[in-house]
Design a protein around this ligand. Structure first.
Ligand SMILES: Nc1nc2c(c(=O)[nH]1)N[C@H]1C(S)=C(S)[C@@H](COP(=O)(O)OP(=O)(O)OC[C@H]3O[C@@H](n4cnc5c(N)ncnc54)[C@H](O)[C@@H]3O)O[C@H]1N2
Ligand code: MOO
Length: 397
């Protein structure tokens, strides 16, 4: 059995270089950019009116004018207009190009307009209400560095520079595998000794949040069948996420079958609770990484977030989310097991407090919907105190 920190480090030592691919922009949300995005023109690309009103030349103010005959109209989408007489004005709409010979915009609220003449109601400053060309960013500036996760804001920026196709990091091909003779499909009525499979579905859903469309497969507790199936699965996928069959039971065949198939065991059993019988290995020739999680639902779910998500972040070369919270209870964690305790997070005046959630062990699947995640408590001699800052692994927003 190895220490949690060592297990975590070993998982991160076995990342994959997944390469890159081109996708349509509308497929890009949540993906990781594999190229730097530059401004293809100035932002904004022209001097644009920031308000609806009139555009004038400030020299007219020096001449003591406060009334301007309206000589034309400029609206967004029109090519640049020209102010012919600098003692006149052009009505202008927000987003329109400021006309040639004009350098100042005055909003309607500060004007009185009668009979085609606009009269100032307020003092005017030269250059006001103009969003100047290139004042946000100049052409060639970096808008999005490589390795940026594409969210809604990034999506808008990509659209604004005409990236209808983008280069992104490839995602791993993942196979989620449930094991066990007791499991039946969601739409089946289980007999008294059976249960519906839930682990694969929560893993499948969690992977969808990462934009990974996994394949799910079920294996009965038959050693020969497991072996036959896994030979093919190991060749087809980058990552296998198995759940169940890794502890000490008579039907827990997974570790030996994996080793038979030349998946090198990196470790089996971690000093942690829940999730202790976790088996992790790699098939070097096939470049397949195998996360074989203990079957208890809380263990599978916890280990997916504790190990697989950081592994994915590291493989995609993006930062691993790090969060800390304040413990709302005193907790004793005796050696040797690191405790992952389910907590509900409460925001009290800007501080995130972690309140332990009642749960009935790692088979208690229903507890997962009452918590926001797990605090990580390494074992030590003295109890954790109320108000102590501890690492937090978020599973629910
Ligand atoms: N003698 C020992 N027994 C156990 C140990 C141990 O160290 N020595 N470890 C315990 C711990 S801790 C855990 S966790 C479990 C893990 O066992 P397995 O990985 O072998 O998982 P199974 O026995 O196949 O299943 C455990 C439990 O989870 C349910 N399960 C499995 N898959 C699913 C699924 N896809 N959806 C929903 N539920 C699932 C299964 O029905 C079992 O109830 O072992 C302890 N025992
Ligand atoms: O690791 Mo098991 O998950 O403690 O029940």
């Amino acid at each position: 059995m190895i220490h949690f920190n060592d297990a975590y480090d070993k998982v991160l030592e076995h990342t994959l270089d997944l390469g890159t691919e081109m996708v349509a922009l509308n497929q890009g949300l949540g993906r990781i950019l594999a190229e730097t995005i530059y401004a293809d023109r100035d932002f904004p690309p022209f001097d644009r009116a920031a308000k609806d009103g009139i555009a004038i030349h400030s020299d007219a103010l020096k001449n003591g004018l406060d009334s301007f005959r309206i000589e034309g109209l400029a609206s967004a989408g029109m090519p640049q207009q020209k102010l012919k007489d600098v003692n006149n004005c052009i009505e202008i709409m927000t987003g329109a190009v400021v006309p040639r010979n004009a350098d100042t915009v005055i909003m309607y609220e500060h004007l009185n307009i009668e009979n085609g003449v606009a009269t100032l109601l307020k003092q005017v400053k030269k250059g006001q209400e103009i969003h100047c060309k290139g004042s946000d960013l100049t052409s060639g500036a970096v808008l999005l560095p490589e390795n940026t996760r594409i969210g809604a804001a990034e999506f808008g920026v990509l659209a604004s520079v005409g990236k209808s196709k983008i280069r992104v990091k490839k995602l791993p091909k993942v196979c989620v595998i449930s094991t066990g003779n007791e499991l039946v499909e969601v739409d089946q009525s289980p007999l008294p000794h059976q249960i519906r499979k839930s682990n694969v579905l929560s893993l499948y859903a969690a992977l969808q949040k990462e934009k990974i469309e996994a394949t799910s497969i079920h294996l009965k507790d038959e050693k020969a069948d497991i072996k036959k199936e896994l030979i093919h699965i190991l060749k087809t996928y980058d990552v296998l996420l198995l759940s169940g069959g890794v502890s000490k039971g008579k039907f827990d065949f997974i570790p030996e079958v994996l080793e038979d198939l030349e998946v090198e065991k990196i470790f089996h059993r971690v000093a942690q609770k829940p999730g202790k019988p976790f088996w992790f290995g790699v098939q070097s020739a096939l470049k397949t990484v195998v996360f074989s999680f203990p079957g208890n639902p809380v263990s599978t779910f916890a280990n997916y977030h504790i190990y697989f998500l950081p592994w994915l972040c590291r493989s995609l070369d993006v930062g691993i989310p790090q969060e800390e919270v304040l413990l709302d209870a005193s907790v004793a964690v005796k050696p040797p097991l690191t405790r992952f305790m389910q907590v509900k997070i409460e925001n009290r005046k800007g501080n995130l407090w972690a309140i332990p959630v009642h749960e009935n062990g790692s088979g208690d699947l229903t507890s997962l919907v009452r918590s926001n995640g797990f605090v990580c408590l390494n074992p030590r001699g003295n109890a954790y105190e109320i108000g102590e800052v501890v690492p937090f692994i978020r599973t629910n927003p």
